[in-house]
Write a protein that binds this ligand. Structure first.
Ligand SMILES: [Zn+2]
Length: 263
């Protein structure tokens, strides 16, 4: 690895990927081995993970009393590696709510940006989304390929696509949480329940499938815009969490043709 001082967390991640010749899914054991970082599991009271660099020893400690699914754990380890590698980060870090991408803490956001780039290198991702329509199945397949969570992959795909799209979480009371908007997405979501949406139907009707793809008018989801247009909504029920994962994307000619075929 070079000893350059970069300005962006992503550059540190890119340096690791190229120096250690890594390809997705990124082997974090190899990264830790190369950097001489040990990963241990201990019951930590409330926090999710720790980084301790002291007397030449580098340790990441994960909370084994908080069960995390493997992709979440990978992200946490990558986040701690980020704290270690960015020279302006302290040698002792106590991290909680690691995947909070909207944290007020700049250091936490930088460690997350690092982790996203280490696990999903931009150069690999750009190849994987080139000429592809952004869809939930694409995001799911890529999440599997890179061994990351759906949310981490959705954020990364939306960051790098030219498509006008937004990924959000929808709850039965109409509350929404925007995970990520693509750079070209400019609309504002309507407040309250979107009763005509598939997301709402998934949470309020019985006997629906777990996923619905629909083509609808932009005015159903978005606040008053002068020109309405056709959008594609893909919604997926996350039953255990009592919520829906939704992707909204401006439709193209191909989508409209698909719709005609479906009819
Ligand atoms: Zn942290």
């Amino acid at each position: 690895m070079s000893n350059s001082i970069y300005s962006y967390p992503e550059q540190y991640a890119q340096d690791i990927v190229s120096s250690f010749d890594l390809t997705p899914p990124i082997d974090l054991n190899k990264v830790c081995e190369k950097l001489d970082i040990k990963v241990n599991y201990e019951p930590l009271c409330s926090i999710e993970a720790l980084l301790i660099v002291s007397r030449g020893k580098r340790n990441i400690i994960l909370n084994n009393s908080k069960a995390a699914y493997p992709q979440r754990e990978r992200f946490t380890i990558a986040h701690e590696i980020g704290h270690y590698i960015m020279p302006w980060h302290e040698n002792l870090q106590q991290c909680d709510n690691v995947v909070d991408f909207k944290s007020d803490d700049d250091f936490e956001c930088q460690a997350n940006d690092f982790a996203s780039e280490l696990l999903v290198p931009k150069s690999n991702l750009l190849e994987d989304i080139k000429h592809k329509k952004i869809s939930i199945s694409l995001i799911k397949n890529l999440a599997e390929k890179y061994n990351v969570s759906l949310v981490v992959m959705a954020r990364k795909v939306l960051k790098h696509t030219d498509a006008e799209a937004v990924v959000l979480i929808y709850w039965p009371n109409g509350k929404k949480y925007i995970q990520m908007m693509s750079g070209t997405f400019k609309e504002e979501l309507k407040d309250g329940s979107i009763t005509k949406s598939s997301a709402h139907k998934l949470l309020t009707s019985y006997n629906t499938s777990a996923e619905i793809k629909s083509v609808l008018d932009s005015s159903i989801w978005f606040k008053e815009s002068k020109n309405t247009y056709i959008i594609v909504e893909e919604s997926m029920l996350q039953n255990k969490l009592g919520r829906v994962f939704t992707l909204l994307r401006k439709a193209d000619d191909g989508d409209v043709l698909d719709l005609l075929w479906d009819i």
